[in-house]
Design a protein around this ligand. Structure first.
Ligand SMILES: Nc1nc2c(ncn2[C@@H]2O[C@H](COP(=O)(O)OP(=O)(O)OP(=O)(O)O)[C@@H](O)[C@H]2O)c(=O)[nH]1
Ligand SMILES: [Mg+2]
Length: 220
């Protein structure tokens, strides 16, 4: 299992809330894999014993990751097919996606690949930040998907992978931290690409300017 050291912690200073970057995260996965339970454990350290199928819920929380505050806006989606009308909209609006399956349910593991393809189809890019999560790792006696299979799929997706237990709060924070780190990495790459583009633009002008300068020199 991949793991992730962090310096994350809840932020108490609500004054800086408006200044820090907001991250729009979307929780995906088949019905009953534990999407709501993972979010609830992350936000409020509680584990819901019952399965209350989600239609759509949004949660906000603030956390420090690598000594930088982050406002997380987390969308908990419906796993059940009859509640999925908004899918394309949140696929477009989200910045990072948690694709979850249950290690006790092979079908949910196959669905994880479908979710990845759907993200690709809707966003038309391969570099969307994603974390793959195999939940219910406490139910070892019911395991249908091995850790190696999970790792293999994450390798295919080129994304971090965690086996979590919402029941025991294992690797819950790590999932969100890894996703925010990926978004930050992408932000940095975008800034670098822009700087490169601006430098190129500037050098074109420099080249264009030099003949003018020469002409001016000859006149004088
Ligand atoms: N043992 C165990 N049970 C879990 C875990 N996570 C969730 N569950 C249970 O699985 C059931 C479904 O959990 P939910 O969080 O409601 O699942 P969901 O993915 O949000 O389901 P939908 O909203 O219908 O898509 C509940 O009874 C949870 O208590 C876990 O890590 N371990
Ligand atoms: Mg739910």
């Amino acid at each position: 299992m991949d793991s992730c050291s962090s310096s994350a912690g809840r932020q108490t200073n609500s004054g800086s809330h408006s200044q820090s970057r907001e991250y729009k995260l979307v929780m995906l996965g088949e019905g009953g894999v534990g999407k709501s339970a993972i979010i609830m454990q992350f936000i409020s350290h509680r584990f819901p014993e019952d399965h209350d199928p989600t239609i759509e819920d949004a949660y906000k929380t603030q956390i420090r990751i690598d000594d930088e505050p982050a406002n997380l806006d987390i969308l908990d989606t419906a796993g059940q097919a009859e509640f999925t009308a908004m899918r394309d909209q949140y696929m477009r609006a989200g910045e990072g996606f948690i694709i979850s399956y249950s290690i006790t349910d092979r079908c949910s593991f196959h669905e994880a690949r479908e979710f990845k393809q759907l993200i690709h189809r809707v966003r038309r890019t391969v570099d969307t930040p994603v974390v793959l999560v195999g939940n219910k790792s406490d139910l070892v006696h019911l395991r249908q998907v091995s850790t190696d299979e999970g790792r293999g799929l994450a390798r295919e997706f080129s994304c971090p992978f965690f086996e979590t237990s919402a029941a025991l709060r294992h690797y819950i924070d790590d999932v969100f931290i890894a996703l925010v780190r990926q978004i930050r990495q992408r932000d940095k790459e975008a800034v670098l690409a822009l700087e490169r583009k601006n430098r190129k633009h500037a050098s074109v002008w420099k080249r264009l300017k030099s003949p003018f300068r020469r002409k001016k020199d000859t006149v004088n």
